[in-house]
Design a protein around this ligand. Structure first.
Ligand SMILES: Cc1cc2nc3c(=O)[nH]c(=O)nc-3n(C[C@H](O)[C@H](O)[C@H](O)COP(=O)(O)OP(=O)(O)OC[C@H]3O[C@@H](n4cnc5c(N)ncnc54)[C@H](O)[C@@H]3O)c2cc1C
Length: 384
């Protein structure tokens, strides 16, 4: 381990917490300062669109209560000067560091007059609205957050319209077969699906579509993607492009003291021919926070590349959809288990024969098998 005395972690959520835990597990006994814009103990975001909306309360991340390092809660980093190794906070305070972990995640794209869902406060506010007597909720964006909100609102007995600009929900991540099946699932779940059209405006009481239609809405929720939180790094000299650009070891380009992890990091994935990817999934932030911290302690020369296969799961209308790898890179999709008609199937995605991704619908064992095959670099012929 190289000689670092002071490490600062910016962002006190999943990737930041994992980084702090990993630093201690690896034996770092210097000073750690955690800077986090939120005031809560680090919590899990997946329940915000699922259990918490339904009424569950348990969202804390394991180990969140045991943080005994210096933790600056409710404080925001506003500037970074890598040359002097100084971080400036919102109140003007300056923090020096020997090593820095950037784990500032992402924030939702906002639409006027629509709820968004990223924080505990957002979820509690939406939970209250869902129970405040609205009969009809319009959800804009049928990605995983929008789909889960639609499903939960149906469980609560509300009329739901789900609007998406794509032909099928989550088409890029799931491919034709599973996305078409998901559209059918939403419809069977009582959701009115409006596909292939953009929203032009949200007004009080209605959502206007680009094709001229107006949909009456008591409550509007937007799940239209996220933007990585990098504005505090403007002027720092770090390479930024839809995230912090890092090497495959998670070191910021050109830096031996700064690493980034989680939703904010964009790195060249060696498993996918060095294509730069930014992954907005729980398991990625979980693994990358730990890996970035380990590499920071080792230094760029000794570091291991981060090659984790992305994976993701969502639950809608009682069905579990899981993905592994990057299905959107594929040139071929092959159903390798079950059928959409029986609501249980798995699809393998390949590029030039090599497996690059998988989708499982109510098929957890198949998904595990396919994820192992992707990790092992197998071809589509090995899993058919
Ligand atoms: C509603 C919802 C449901 C989800 N469901 C799933 C799911 O089912 N499966 C799945 O795989 N993934 C899911 N995700 C995605 C998953 O939660 C994220 O991938 C994960 O939270 C990323 O963790 P992170 O630590 O990189 O970033 P974040 O969780 O975004 O945390 C970043 C933290 O940094 C703080 N911060 C930002 N800027 C600054 C600054 N300048 N100074 C100090 N602090 C700062 C932020 O306030 C935040 O606390 C969901 C996300 C949401 C919002």
């Amino acid at each position: 381990m190289r000689n670092l005395n002071k490490i600062t972690v910016v962002g006190a959520s999943l990737a930041g917490l994992r980084a702090v835990q990993s630093l201690r597990q690896e034996g770092f006994d210097g000073e750690i300062t955690l800077v986090g814009a939120e005031t809560h103990l680090p919590y899990n975001r997946p329940p915000l669109s699922k259990g918490l909306l339904r009424g569950d309360e348990d969202v804390l991340l394991p180990g969140a209560g045991e943080l005994d390092d210096s933790w600056l809660r409710g404080r925001t980093a506003v500037h970074l000067d890598p040359a002097s190794r100084t971080l400036t906070l919102d109140d003007g305070a300056e923090l020096g560091y020997d090593g820095l972990v950037i784990a500032t995640g992402a924030r939702p794209r906002r639409m006027d007059a629509a709820h968004t869902l990223r924080t505990l406060e957002d979820s509690l506010a939406l939970r209250a609205e869902l129970r405040s007597g609205h009969e009809h909720v319009v959800v804009i964006g049928a990605g995983f957050v929008g789909g889960e909100v639609a499903s939960t609102a149906r469980e609560l007995g509300l009329k739901v319209t789900l609007i998406d600009s794509g032909r099928y929900p989550m088409h890029a991540g799931l491919g034709d077969v599973a996305a078409a099946w998901l559209a059918g699932l939403h419809e069977r779940g009582g959701v009115e699906l409006v596909s292939g059209v953009r929203v032009s405006a949200v007004e009080d009481g209605r959502v206007l579509l680009a094709d001229g239609r107006a949909i009456p809405a008591g409550l509007v929720v937007a799940g239209v993607g996220v933007v990585p939180n990098t504005s505090w790094l403007d002027g720092s000299g770090l390479a930024l492009d839809d995230g912090v650009l890092v090497e495959d070891t998670l070191f910021a380009r050109g830096s031996a003291r700064i690493v980034a992890a989680g939703d904010v990091a964009r790195w060249p994935h060696s498993r996918y021919g060095g294509a730069t990817v930014r992954v907005e999934h729980w398991s990625n932030a979980n693994e990358q926070g730990a890996a970035a911290a380990r590499n920071l302690l080792l230094g760029p020369e000794e570091s291991e590349p981060f090659t984790g296969v992305p994976s993701f799961a969502t639950s809608v209308h009682g069905s579990r959809i899981q993905t592994a790898g990057l299905p959107h890179l594929a040139d071929t999709a092959t159903v390798v288990a079950g059928t959409p008609e029986e609501d249980r199937f798995a699809v393998a995605f390949s590029l030039g024969g090599e497996l690059v991704g998988a989708v499982g619908v109510n098929a957890p064992k198949d998904l595990i098998r396919l994820k192992r095959a992707i990790t092992a670099g197998q071809s589509i012929y090995d899993v058919q």
